[in-house]
Every structure is written in structure tokens, then in C-alpha cells.
Design a protein around this ligand. Sequence first.
Ligand code: CTP
Ligand code: ZN
Length: 154
Amino acid sequence: MSDTEELRVSKITQGTVIDHITGGQALNVLAILGIDGSRGEEVSVGMNVPSDRLGRKDIVKVEGRELSQNEVDVLSLIAPAATINIVRDYDVIEKHRVERPEQVIGVLECPNRNCITTKDEPVDSHFDVLDEGVRCAYCDTIIRENIADHIQVE
Ligand code: CTP
Ligand code: ZN
């Protein structure tokens, strides 16, 4: 870690550090996590900080929270080089790179207003991950770009 980064975003005691996020995607990562600050969430964000590996990267540190697999799966679509660091008592006790999943459940919303998943039914969204985007498993609608525009608002 570079000293510059340390100065920009302080360390956390307990929670999750999402590092090596594609530059400019931090706010979309927060949207995936359903974090808008209104519930008092303790979050630090670094945007476009210098990175040896990526040139520029974003970083998100969430105090007192771990991520669900569904959240990590969607995150990997917009930040394929991200590293998830689990922090306990100030130490990184677990670190893993995100992997592109075969499918993503929940978190995204199907753009088709007639899709069963966007009706008032207890059906989670379900997208199959393709090379060119993601495809709704229920209605076959394909989201090709700006996947972040289809993150569910809670
Ligand atoms: N971090 C943090 N709070 C802690 C421990 C670590 O915010 N209590 C952050 C660090 O600032 C860093 C990330 O978590 O951005 C990963 O920490 P660490 O594994 O110690 O850093 P590196 O070895 O530089 O990570 P990598 O090799 O993944 O780049
Ligand atoms: Zn659909």
C-alpha cells in the first residue's frame, strides 16, 4: 500500500475493505451495498487514488459489515479487479479477488416492467452472465451496458 493512500483513507477496526475497484466505480459499489449514508453507516471512500496495478483505483471501507455472495457477484461485474479484505481487530484476516460469476441473484433489477421479477411477487431477480452482458433468466432481457444503472434501490 502506498503512503499516499494511507494518508487519504484511514484504516478500519472491523469490517470490509473493497480495494482495487475500477477508478470511478466507488459510488456504484456503494449502491450495490445499498449504502447511501442515511442509516448512519460508517464508510470511507477513496476515488481515483494512484495504484501501481491499476493506474488509478477506487477504494471503499465499510466499518462493521461483511458482504453477501450476491453483492460480491454483482460487484465483480463493475469492478473485476476488486479485492475483498475482511478486517477484524484491525488486521486483514481474509483477502480474496472477486471472480466473474455464472449468474447473479438479486441486487440487479430487470429493466422489463412486465418481468415477473419486477412485479409485486416474492421472486428474486436472476441474471445469467454472458460475455456481452447479463440476461434475465425469466424474460431473456439482456443488459449490455451500464449495468450499474440497474442496481435495485432499497
Ligand atoms: N486496511 C484498512 N484497515 C485495516 C487493515 C487494512 O483499511 N485495519 C486496508 C489497507 O489500507 C489496504 C487494504 O485494506 O487498502 C488491504 O490491506 P493490506 O492487505 O494490509 O494491504 P496490501 O498488502 O497493500 O494489499 P494488496 O496486496 O491487496 O494490495
Ligand atoms: Zn426479466
